[in-house]
Design a protein around this ligand. Sequence first.
Ligand code: AP5
Ligand code: MG
Length: 193
Amino acid sequence: MFNVILFGPPGSGKGTQSEKLVDRYGLIHLSTGNLLREEITNRTALGLEAKKYMDSGQLVPDAVVIGMIRSAIKNNPDAEGFLFDGFPRTVAQSVALDELLAENHSEINAVLALEVSESELIERLLNRGKTSGRSDDVNQEIIRARILEYENKTSPVAGYYDQFGKMVKLKGEGDVESIFEALCNEIEAKKLV
Ligand code: AP5
Ligand code: MG
């Protein structure tokens, strides 16, 4: 198995690049944000609970997202690998993910981090908010709250993977194709290890 985490702040391009990467490498795309939005659309109890946090730009509790990832891994026993998008977002989630993968005699092979300036993040998300219908894209206040959650709770995840030499930082600004090629180069390099 080959497992990759696409890491970065809200609006850094994780979703955009994930779609291209799963196409090229045949990985299963696991986006906790997408899974949570599906739960909201289906009006499940989990979705209703999660919506309270998501609408204000806060992280959903660890136990909720870890449970979703556990089921998703279980439901894909023949996967050649997973691409995690927007997960893990806390150190506790990272530790849980390592344990889940170890149960399958597998591990995270690479963490690719997209670096984008705060002003560009805000501009991208406000712009998307005009058409996306995402309740957390509607105003600067919520977008700033998401970025603050990232700085406080998610950025330590980078240090967690850095201690294992798995962290690779890339420029997330510029055209989508060049960023994609840079990500592919890193994956090819890690595959050879
Ligand atoms: P989630 O859905 O994961 O959202 P996010 O991380 O806040 O980020 P986005 O999906 O908005 O951005 P992205 O990096 O995917 O960028 P995209 O490609 O879309 O999470 C939503 C919420 O769910 C969280 O706030 C939290 O409440 C909850 N949640 C989810 N996972 C959780 C977890 N693990 N733990 C706890 N809570 C969790 O691009 C953004 C925009 O920019 C698009 O319009 C795109 O077209 C554009 N764009 C992309 N690339 C470029 C480029 N190179 N140049 C110009 N524009 C670009
Ligand atoms: Mg996304």
